[in-house]
Write a protein that binds this ligand. Structure first.
Ligand code: AHR
Length: 499
């Protein structure tokens, strides 16, 4: 629990002369799938909406917000939906106008919400072109065979020749380790299927890279059989991280309580995320004899399953997401891909819509701070200062000595510019921070961008004034070593560096 105020200052030591690890910008990626109100009601208007549309029928407010978000890498069509998706249903003049979501097919053909089929392959590629992001496809390895996936790869090569974005990244199925997934099987059988798909898909386009469905610490055993059989042919191993979810039956419907102890447990999740990444990496090194880059191609703050239809993005959860992004920067040598799940109206999203209005949630602003300011490499930042201990919160481990300040340091390739991500986890006290660059000194003016809000559950709802928005200020030369960071905030200090 928090210690008494006033808090003593926190020292941050950025090792500006340490080996700099390149950060793959694809860690700032996003995800679109046929689930909840993401496609109909998010990207496209639902019945009764009078929201203005683009010339191609998308909701203009949502389309523009997605473009402004700078999604970098966009995964589609799922998720679980990918393993029931027949891509040929989404191309050509005669495609069906709507059909039942086949994910629910085990309950019978008439079950499941309708898929309005507005978003097919060509439309998705058009979005990637217009939003300036890289497409990342997930092939159906649950209910379709390798020939179908190879034909999709070939179709996409044709689209690239016509000038649409080329797709070089393919996941082979989704979460095949999970009992809820269509096609779920043993890891060895999935490994065999993965190899078959990869061979067929690479015959259609040898330039593609493939992602295998790995599991995180909940089902670590799954990875063993997969790696033993297929490690040499895996370009990236997928890991999904949904915290604080722990998939216990009695917890899947429990909402957040909004208490202060819960806040401190959630905001210590970086220790759990780093533990998960390092545990999977250690396993991979042991079984495969080498490290395999990770694709955290689904992650988010996931309290409960009702969030699929009742998404919420409060400041607390947006800062929890910021901690994930800081972890991905800190493990830049390992995590090459990450996709928030998901872009609009699901779990804790960057965008929320009602019938006619769209809001840019606190998480939208978090992402903009990262994509707008993070530099290309990561170096260590050591933090010493006041700290707290927190209790286990579902899948988030109990933590000791968690500094109120979380820090992640990024440098330009030539080491002349720094962007430091500084997160004050204290729910009500400002933090005094003293920054020191080992091997460099601050040069010239700096700029500090800060995101905070009036309470831990502040949010930006459609049609209401924003409670959480970023503010920026210049810091004159020589004054950037000592900063005061407001409570419950994420800041980015953008700073020139000299020798
Ligand atoms: O994004 C929500 C769902 O959660 C995805 O479809 C699935 O992959 C995961 O279990």
């Amino acid at each position: 629990m928090p210690i008494a105020s006033p808090l003593p200052p926190t020292q941050v030591r950025v090792d500006a002369s340490a080996p700099a690890v390149p950060i793959d910008r694809r860690i700032y990626g996003h995800f679109l799938e046929e689930l909840g109100r993401m496609i109909s009601g998010g990207l496209f208007p639902e019945k009764g909406s009078s929201a203005p549309l683009t010339g191609t029928g998308y909701r203009k407010d949502v389309w523009e917000a997605c473009r402004d978000l700078d999604p970098v890498l966009l995964r589609w069509p799922g998720g679980c939906f990918a393993d029931v998706y027949r891509w040929k249903d989404g191309v050509g003049k005669d495609r069906p106008k709507s059909y039942r979501n086949r994910f629910w097919g085990r309950l019978g053909k008439r079950f499941g919400p309708p898929v309005h089929n507005e978003l097919g392959t060509d439309e998705f590629l058009g979005l990637c072109r217009d939003w300036n992001c890289e497409p990342y496809f997930c092939a159906n390895a649950g209910t379709a065979g390798p020939e179908e996936a190879a034909a999709w790869v070939e179709y996409l090569s044709g689209k690239a020749r016509e000038g649409l974005p080329a797709c070089k990244l393919w996941s082979i199925g989704n979460e095949q380790f999970a009992i809820w997934e269509h096609g779920h099987t043993s890891s060895r059988k999935y490994a065999a299927r993965y190899l078959e798909f990869r061979e067929a898909m690479k015959a259609a386009d040898p330039g593609i890279e493939t992602v295998a469905n790995g599991a995180d610490t909940y089902q670590l055993k799954w990875n063993e059989g997969l790696l033993e059989k297929a490690a040499d042919e895996i370009d990236y191993l997928a890991v999904h991280i949904y915290l604080p979810q722990d998939y216990k039956p009695w917890q899947i419907i429990l909402p957040a309580r909004g208490t202060v102890p819960e806040w401190y447990s959630l905001l210590s999740l970086d220790q759990t995320v780093l533990w998960k990444l390092d545990t999977v990496d250690a396993q991979v090194r042991r079984v495969a004899g080498r490290s395999i880059p990770l694709a955290v191609d689904e992650w988010n703050i996931h309290w409960n399953f009702p969030q699929i239809v009742r998404p919420r993005a409060v400041l607390r959860d947006a800062l929890g997401c910021a901690l994930h992004l800081m972890c991905f920067q800190q493990r830049a040598g390992l995590v090459k891909i990450a996709n928030l799940s998901s872009l609009v109206n699901l779990l804790c999203p960057p965008l929320l819509t009602d019938l006619d209005r769209c809001s840019r949630t606190p998480l939208f602003h978090v992402f903009r701070l990262f994509t707008g300011h993070a530099r290309e490499t990561s170096v260590p930042a050591r933090v010493a200062g006041p700290s707290y201990s927190s209790k286990k919160l579902r899948g988030i481990r109990a933590a000791k000595d968690v500094p109120f300040l979380a820090a992640s340091a990024t440098l330009s390739k030539d080491r002349t510019k720094a962007a430091l991500f500084l997160l004050n986890r204290h729910h009500e006290e400002p933090l005094e921070v003293e920054i020191d660059y080992a091997g460099a000194s601050p040069a010239g003016d700096a700029r500090l961008h800060t995101l905070t809000g009036p309470s831990i559950t502040a949010e930006n709802l459609p049609g209401r004034p924003e409670e959480v928005s970023p503010a920026s200020r210049d810091i004159p030369a020589g004054k950037s070593r000592g900063l005061t960071l407001p409570p419950r905030s994420l800041s980015v200090l953008v700073q020139g560096l000299g020798g």
